[in-house]
Ligand binder design. Structure first.
Ligand SMILES: [Zn+2]
Length: 475
């Protein structure tokens, strides 16, 4: 793409405090955030305008926590991008796009042969589901049934006590217990974790935490540039935007689980975690007619054994060292913890690391907030599209060389993508994949990730013996 101009942007004084991907606001605050968002039916916001043109944008950043003043130079931006100076904490709410109407029942996505038709969601009643952004109760008949199914799956759930709030510093014993293989505190991964795309320069494009008011802007932009992504959705928010979820699915995007309430899973009991996954799978099935096979844990933690027992493959993001995680930190613009310039600097660092690894990559981004959508559609995606060598940008399921239909139980091809739990409800895991091999996250992630697809593909193709006391470490 020809580079045509250089715009030097001055940056207003903003706080630059870069933290790890911070906890989401508590559910009550989150509800208020959404409630405060506009729901007008005005035309598309500018962030969903025309695709990128060849424009170099240089921006001088505020000092980072290390005291330096980095600069960035994007290869391309969206000509209708929201100015960086407007992508800030407490930014005035931009008009949102028109929310889609429910799709006609029976509609099927064109990219998934034999997909069941969409259910009729006109009768979907929030009263039939747990409340928004709260861990569901575990004494309901639905959850009791899912607990029973997990118990009968053959997957042994490690008897780890829940961690306490406060992350790594508040849980020194859990951090020291290597058998937990805690991703959050140390970056430990297992072979069953997806953390990257196998092929170099393949990007498994993902967005977390929706559906949300500005998700349509992102969908419009992805339409314009003909990209598909994986959306890790929060089950209770699907209740708020079921037709939006249908639109994501019908447009060819992959839908995957991001829990019901977005609580830190490791702080919940096994029964509560089952409830989180079960309700999210159920609401997605109720809205789309299909059940996801992949999930991403919120707040950087995960519970592998329960994922396995509930046929969910954990998908994280790429991490090549403790200080080089592929996390844009876009989530934290909204709360003022970071700023958009720092996010773009993080993005440029990610790009720098992409060229050094032998595999593709997965980046953590969000469609939850106006700011996260604006930085994605205005800057990150146009810049990615202009990158040389060019990226192959796909949903995660496709970057793993699987079919779009393999993203759902109902359309999965068991001959090429055996899932953890067979159709008879039993674990199909093998001793070979439960060897307990793990990565500390200190530079060995690529090798792990390169082997990952094979590990996932082979699950179920081998012996049925389950040795999950080691493999299925939670956290
Ligand atoms: Zn999240």
């Amino acid at each position: 793409m020809k580079l045509t101009a250089v715009n030097v942007l001055s940056v207003a004084s903003l706080p630059v405090i870069v933290l790890a991907h911070a906890r989401h606001p508590n559910p009550h605050n989150y509800r208020q955030v959404l409630a405060a968002s506009p729901s007008s039916s005005s035309p598309l916001s500018s962030s969903s305008g025309t695709p990128a043109s060849g424009t170099v944008v240089s921006t001088t950043l505020l000092p980072t926590p290390t005291g330096s003043t980095p600069s960035i130079s994007l290869q391309s931006t969206n000509p209708t991008a929201v100015p960086l100076s407007n992508i800030v904490v407490n930014a005035p709410s931009a008009a949102t796009s028109i929310m889609p109407s429910p799709a006609p029942p029976g509609t099927t996505p064109s990219n998934i042969p034999k997909a069941p038709g969409l259910p009729n969601i006109s009768t979907l009643s929030p009263g039939n589901y747990p409340p928004l952004d709260r861990p569901p109760p575990t004494d309901s008949p639905e959850v009791q049934q899912w607990i029973k199914e997990v118990q009968e799956s053959g997957v042994e759930i490690p008897d780890f006590s829940p961690t306490v709030a406060g992350g790594c510093p508040a849980n020194p014993d859990a951090v020291a217990d290597s058998s937990r293989c805690w991703w959050t505190c140390g970056g430990c991964t297992r072979e069953t974790d997806v953390t990257t795309c196998p092929q170099k320069y393949n990007w498994g494009l993902t967005y977390d935490d929706g559906p949300a008011p500005y998700t349509p802007d992102l969908l419009n932009y992805l339409d314009q540039v003909k990209l598909s992504a994986t959306f890790f959705v929060v089950g209770s928010r699907v209740i708020s935007y079921p037709a939006l979820l249908q639109q994501e699915y019908l447009k060819g995007h992959q839908i995957a689980v991001h829990t019901w309430s977005h609580y830190s899973l490791t702080t919940l009991s096994t029964e509560e975690i089952i409830a989180e996954f079960g309700w999210t799978k159920k609401v997605i099935k109720d809205v789309l007619g299909v059940t996801p096979t992949m999930m991403r844990p919120p707040i950087r933690d995960r519970v592998r054994a329960i994922c396995e027992a509930m046929n969910l493959i954990p998908v994280m993001w790429t991490r090549i060292s403790p200080t080089a995680t592929f996390d844009t930190d876009d989530f934290n613009i909204h709360g003022g913890v970071t700023n958009v310039q720092q996010v773009l600097y993080n993005w440029e660092n990610i790009l720098g690391n992409v060229s050094t690894i032998d595999t593709g990559f997965i980046v953590l981004e969000h469609d939850l907030f106006q700011q996260t959508v604006e930085v994605a559609t205005g800057y990150i995606l146009p810049d990615a599209l202009a990158h040389q060598p060019s990226f192959k940008i796909q949903p995660v399921v496709e970057c793993l060389d699987l079919q779009p239909g393999d993203a759902y139980l109902e359309t999965n091809d068991n001959s090429t993508n055996p899932l953890p739990i067979s159709s008879d409800g039993n674990s199909t895991n093998s001793t070979s994949s439960s060897s307990g091999q793990s990565s500390s996250g200190s530079g060995s992630g690529n090798t792990k990730n390169g082997a990952l697809t094979g590990a996932v593909m082979n699950i179920g193709g081998l012996a049925v013996t389950v040795v999950l006391g080691v493999l299925a470490i939670t956290l």
